[in-house]
Design a protein around this ligand. Structure first.
Ligand code: SF4
Ligand SMILES: [Zn+2]
Length: 355
């Protein structure tokens, strides 16, 4: 497959160029406000170093928009080192109110080759004993979501909410396979959600769907339609929450290559607003829109006059699940015409920004 060969080449070049960094250097943590199932509260985000996403380091080359593998030491991290990094990261944050802990491993938390079982158990066990931790959120590809692994997690975490975020990206199998190179189908996603929802165990496991906004080779208009359809689909097959990830250009990816060549632009923030407005009316589960990279050269972008205002509105809409009010700006007509002529031009770039 053409895209997989390209990805493999790009990934091999990127890995060759990569500077080696220690697991400690590659870890990070921060805190903020977020929407829990029980309302707005504190969130702690922890990035743990792992040997790298199994899909990205395999012969597939990984997904066309993702460079998370560059944040990995690319070799096994000792379990004690991993647990120690996790505990030290937790210590940096006060947990005196209800809190969600989100663990990012730049891959799959449930893959024992990325996070060994003993490290996973110790981390979840540690969180089980924190009375203010209400939810624990991790990420995994569907192939690592098995009844056995979930059973082990439930034993370690007890009855706290355990949410597994899966990178569905889109409900469209063609886009996921041919434009994203994701390597799994809707069927795989549905099986994973079903396993999570029907563990038959005394635990509170839930599935979240990540939806990617504007994959490569997709027009602005199609990106909106596909995001909205994907949200409806994710809810219909049992996801308990949705998180949209609007494209930002990661280094050393096929997306970056196309962007540098003028064949790709991240979505307009107006498109993001349109998606939120439509999805809030269509689905009943909580929907979050990631605002990372908004207004930057490599991220979703309107004009300097309205970027930050819209970003603030989206953050508020995330916390309270409200429908953002209508706003006008002189750049909105340019976005409208791009959407209007999308079918005609078949353009995947922001024509306005080419001036
Ligand atoms: S998007 Fe997820 S599955 Fe794809 S390469 Fe990145 S970490 Fe791996
Ligand atoms: Zn504007």
């Amino acid at each position: 497959m053409e895209i997989q060969n390209l990805m493999k080449e790009i990934r091999e070049d990127a890995l060759d160029k990569m500077e080696k960094r220690s697991p400690e250097d590659l870890s990070a943590s921060w805190s903020g406000e977020d929407l829990l199932y029980s309302g707005v509260a504190k969130a702690i985000f922890i990035v743990l170093p792992t040997p790298g996403c199994a899909w990205a380091v395999s012969g597939s080359g990984g997904c066309t928009m993702c460079s998370y593998v560059a944040d990995s030491p690319l070799e096994k991290v000792d379990t004690d080192v991993l647990v120690d990094i996790f505990k030290k990261s937790m210590k940096k944050h006060h947990i005196n109110e209800k809190t969600v802990v989100k663990i990012f491993v730049s891959g799959s938390f449930l893959n024992p080759d990325e996070i060994p079982k003993r490290a996973r158990d110790e981390i979840l066990n540690f969180l089980k004993d924190h009375k203010n931790v209400e939810e624990v959120v991790v990420e995994s590809r569907p192939e690592f979501i098995t009844k056995k692994v979930l059973q082990e997690c439930c034993e370690a975490l007890g009855e706290k909410i355990f949410e597994i975020s899966i990178g569905l990206e889109t409900s469209n199998d063609y886009t996921r396979e041919e434009k994203i190179n994701k390597g799994f189908s809707r069927e795989d996603f549905e099986r994973a959600v079903d396993t999570i929802k029907n563990t038959g165990l005394k635990c509170n496991a839930r599935a979240k769907a990540y939806i990617f906004v504007k994959p490569i080779l997709t027009s602005e208009k199609d990106a909106i339609e596909e995001a909205v359809n994907s949200a409806e689909y994710a809810e219909s097959v049992g996801a308990s929450r949705i998180s949209f990830c609007p494209a930002t250009i990661h280094k050393d990816t096929l997306m970056e290559l196309l962007w540098r060549g003028g064949s790709y632009q991240p979505p307009w923030i107006w498109s993001i607003m349109e998606i939120i407005k439509r999805v809030r009316k269509l689905v009943d589960i909580p929907v979050i829109m990631d605002t990372a990279g908004f207004g930057s050269r490599r991220g979703p972008y309107n004009c300097k006059k309205c970027n930050s205002r819209l970003k603030d509105m989206i953050i508020r809409s995330n916390l309270y699940q409200s429908i953002p009010e209508d706003l006008e700006c002189e750049c909105k007509d340019k976005w409208r015409s791009e959407i209007e002529f999308s079918d005609l031009t078949r353009s995947t770039t922001n024509l306005v920004r080419k001036k």
